[in-house]
Design a protein around this ligand. Structure first.
Ligand code: AMP
Length: 574
């Protein structure tokens, strides 16, 4: 029997209407690209969203058109998130850090007809414009006084187009499955692939992430998304803000420790979201100035694994840390790690191993682990497997893509390798392409990296597998030291070895000036693999020693503990 309820579509327009109606006086604050700080209310934002919708319509944007936006987290991009989607067009957020080639590729592949950009990216847009065959109109997101040079001659100015437009709009009632947004994967392997979000998925994602058990907050909170709006909708914050009624603080181009810290203190930020690299920079800055975190209660860390160093760093300032895990393909939220009141009452040492887990799936998201043979793997916290997901905000297919996106039975293979603990918390051990297989054992690079980060002189760590004649692959630890430190690599190796099981001991440590980061602030292991291509481990450089070891089978001091040939799924050793 069918329920007798009104079939009202779940539209982003509904989120906007609610925010303006319920919290008209709540603030949105922006560090402007042009300098200075802008602030207005939800009610003002509503009027500007309507003006932006008129502006877009006059530029010729129609339902289904893709509109590219390359910008920092600002009130203007916030307006566009709603204006573009609510007229039925698709807000294609472009990651400027993809590099010129990939940026041109994604704009062309998406078929963007209009592109709006911040002044910071004017040189990039100017250089790319001759190659962007689908783009008919450009808009610089600024005012007349700050009009950029070096861009196509007929580039419009956002504030000029907005001026005088009506402050209300007759929003269309769209089908809830209408596409509303688009984001391309960061493209560390192969071409970036387009993920096309729908109104329904964004509304459900916003509702679920607004729960206190996800990363919800309320109208007494002040939220600072350091996660960029050009990558996976800044974890849905632009949508959930209107739902929760939180004050929203947008950092604009200032993503460095000082700019973020100034905002936290001056705007009374209580809650913030970001990737670990941003937080490491912030903690370093706060320790340099011997500062504090003002009213900040919580930070949500995701996008890459949370480390013990971060937990301890924030704890020292009385700031709680929650870990979340997700992907572009999942809008992005898959899991959030919330501690129970009993867990929170425990001493920090007991809480750390819990906090290092990526958490339990949020409502409507299902997880499963699958072995290389396609068998389901037990959720016992020991056996690892390929992590697969399904749910209402998980993609069904990439945009204009020929290959197969889901498994035959409808799950999305995340490319992550993880365990699921008996308490239901999932813990990532690796990306499947990063995992190190040593003598048949799987070694978690994340475990080694997090251990290295505990060393006081190490600010960034990455582990890659290098060839070994006997064990096939062994871990090479690459670290970046804090400014002014000249620590001996062997000291760092000894430090890590003292804290880990022998199989995970890095065979060598290399120090680099800077660990390369990718378009979304994650360590770029592809670049490190390229840099250390053909790397010969120190123990193998001495051929006489190597020959003795290989002939007699005796283990060199650094060789891993010998184990049975236990392939995937047979156990991750802690
Ligand atoms: P992206 O689609 O660029 O956001 O990247 C998604 C990938 O980032 C995931 O598949 C994971 O490999 C990684 N990731 C995201 N959050 C976490 C986390 N909390 N811990 C470890 N890896 C993460």
């Amino acid at each position: 029997m069918k329920g007798l309820m009104t079939d009202t579509p779940l539209l982003i327009t509904g989120l906007m209407t609610h925010g303006i109606r319920a919290f008209p006086d709540q603030e949105i604050v922006t560090n402007l690209v042009e300098g200075g700080r802008h602030r207005y209310t939800f009610a003002d934002a509503g009027k500007r969203i309507a003006q932006a919708a008129h502006m877009l319509t006059k530029l010729g944007v129609r339902e289904g058109d893709r509109v590219g936006v390359m910008g920092w987290n600002t009130h203007r991009q916030f307006e566009l998130y709603y204006a573009i989607s609510c007229i039925g067009a698709v807000c294609h957020t472009i990651n400027p850090r993809l590099g010129p080639e990939n940026a041109a590729y994604v704009m062309t592949h998406a078929g963007d007809s209009v592109v709006l950009f911040d002044n910071t990216f004017a040189p990039l847009i100017g250089a790319l414009a001759p190659h962007l065959k689908t783009v008919q109109k450009y808009v610089a997101m600024t005012d007349k006084a700050n009009a950029p040079s070096g861009v196509p001659a007929d580039t419009y100015i956002y504030e000029e187009l907005m001026a005088g437009q009506p402050e209300t709009f007759d929003w269309p009632e769209l089908d809830e499955n209408t596409a509303c947004g688009m984001c391309y994967t960061s493209g560390t392997t192969g071409q970036p692939k387009g993920v096309l979000y729908s109104h329904r998925a964004m509304v459900l994602h916003a509702l679920v992430t607004s729960l206190p058990t996800s990363f919800g907050s309320d109208s007494t909170d002040c939220l600072l998304p350091v996660v960029p709006m050009f990558h996976v909708n800044a974890w849905g914050v632009p949508y959930s803000t209107f739902l929760m009624g939180t004050k929203l603080v947008l950092p604009g181009p200032g993503m460095d420790g000082k700019s973020i810290h100034d905002l936290i203190i001056e705007e009374d930020v209580t809650y913030s979201l970001g990737v670990p690299t941003v937080w490491l920079g912030l903690l370093q800055y706060v320790s340099e100035i011997k500062g504090n975190f003002g009213k900040m209660k919580y930070t949500l860390v995701g996008g890459a694994a949370l480390s013990e160093t971060l937990i301890r760093g924030f704890d020292a300032h009385g700031v709680g840390v929650r870990q979340g895990w997700g992907m572009t393909e999942m809008s992005p939220t898959g899991t959030v790690n919330n501690e129970t009141p009993e867990e929170m009452a425990k001493p920090l040492e007991e809480r750390i191993p819990i906090q290092l887990r990526q958490g339990k799936p949020v409502p409507f998201i299902d997880l499963r682990l699958v072995s290389e043979d396609g068998d389901l793997v037990d959720h016992d916290g020991v056996a690892s497997g390929h992590l697969q997901v399904r749910g209402p905000w998980v993609l069904s297919d990439y945009y204009n893509f020929d290959g197969q996106t889901l498994t035959d039975d409808g799950w999305f293979d995340t490319g992550d390798v993880s365990v699921i603990h008996e308490d239901g918390r999932m813990q990532i051990t690796d990306r499947s392409k990063d995992v190190i297989k040593s003598g048949g054992e799987w070694i978690s690079t994340i475990d080694i990296e997090n251990t290295a980060l505990l060393h006081p002189d190490v600010v960034q760590a990455a582990v890659i597998g290098v060839e070994h004649p006997r064990w096939l692959e062994r871990p090479l630890l690459i670290v970046q030291l804090a400014p002014g430190k000249a620590t001996n690599p062997e000291d760092i190796r000894q430090f890590v070895c003292g804290k880990m099981e022998k199989i995970s001991w890095p065979d060598a440590v290399e120090i680099v000036d800077e660990i390369p980061l990718g378009a979304t602030g994650k360590v770029l292991k592809t670049a490190l693999r390229e840099k250390f291509k053909g790397y010969v481990l120190p123990e193998l450089r001495d051929t006489s020693k190597k020959n003795t070891d290989m002939k007699t089978g005796t283990e060199g001091e650094n060789a891993p503990r010998k184990k049975g040939f236990s392939f995937f799924g047979l156990g991750r050793k802690k």
